[in-house]
Write a new protein. Structure first.
Length: 215
């Protein structure tokens, strides 16, 4: 590792956490519970990465704020029920994160999850110690607005070219591209590789451990 980057920023769902199926299923359940048209699995997985209310509004553009809030509440309740135990990480995630931190990288999370949701994941999996900071959609702007990235850069007094955004969706790569931050795509998450390549990532990796080759 040559420390080309000082700060590595990771998306959570679909990048570190193998949760695409769970999230999509919970979205479908919430829509059904609220009497709305149930989105297909592809439609539900497409919005992963957005903040919850933004995701619901995207799926149901005619819904008013009350309906959006009801769907979001149903989703949150069902997701908590389905995810009472430790987080299911993709292969090699925990060992590689530990190695990266030990090597001197600053490690952060930029996620569409709520702060409460990310904190639950930290606690149930006992991994908060691996990260120097994090930003969640309900405490800043939702992706693809790059505010959460700018806040992390400001926190560590770094320029965009000193950081790398790693994510599995267009939303992750879009927000990084907007501020000229280098970005690395992963092919195993919510969005297909051809969609990710439009945002000119330095690479699109098929296994999380392949990140070592590009930093």
């Amino acid at each position: 590792m040559n420390h080309q980057y000082k700060l590595l920023i990771f998306d959570w769902d679909g990048t570190l956490c193998d949760s695409v199926t769970t999230i999509s299923t919970c979205i479908q359940h919430a829509a059904k519970e609220q009497g709305l048209p149930v989105p297909s699995f592809a439609e539900a997985s497409n919005i992963i990465g957005l903040g919850l209310k933004e995701a619901v509004a995207y799926l149901f553009p005619d819904a008013d704020e009350t309906v959006i809030a009801s769907v979001a509440q149903s989703y949150s309740s069902y997701y908590r029920e389905k995810n009472a135990g430790p987080t299911d990480f993709f292969p090699h995630v925990l060992e590689v994160l530990g190695e990266l931190k030990q090597s001197g990288y600053l490690i952060a999370v930029a996620t569409g999850k709520s702060r409460a949701g990310l904190n639950r994941a930290f606690v149930t999996s006992d991994i908060e110690h691996l990260f120097h900071d994090s930003r969640c959609a309900d405490e800043t702007a939702s992706k693809p607005n790059p505010l959460m990235l700018n806040e992390l850069l400001e926190k560590f007094d770094l320029s965009a070219d000193q950081a790398l955004m790693v994510g599995d969706t267009e939303f992750d790569l879009d927000m990084a591209q907007q501020i000229n931050m280098p970005r690395l795509a992963v092919s195993y998450g919510a969005h297909a590789k051809d969609r990710l390549l439009k945002y000119e990532p330095i690479a699109c990796i098929d296994c999380f451990s392949d990140i070592i080759k590009y930093i």
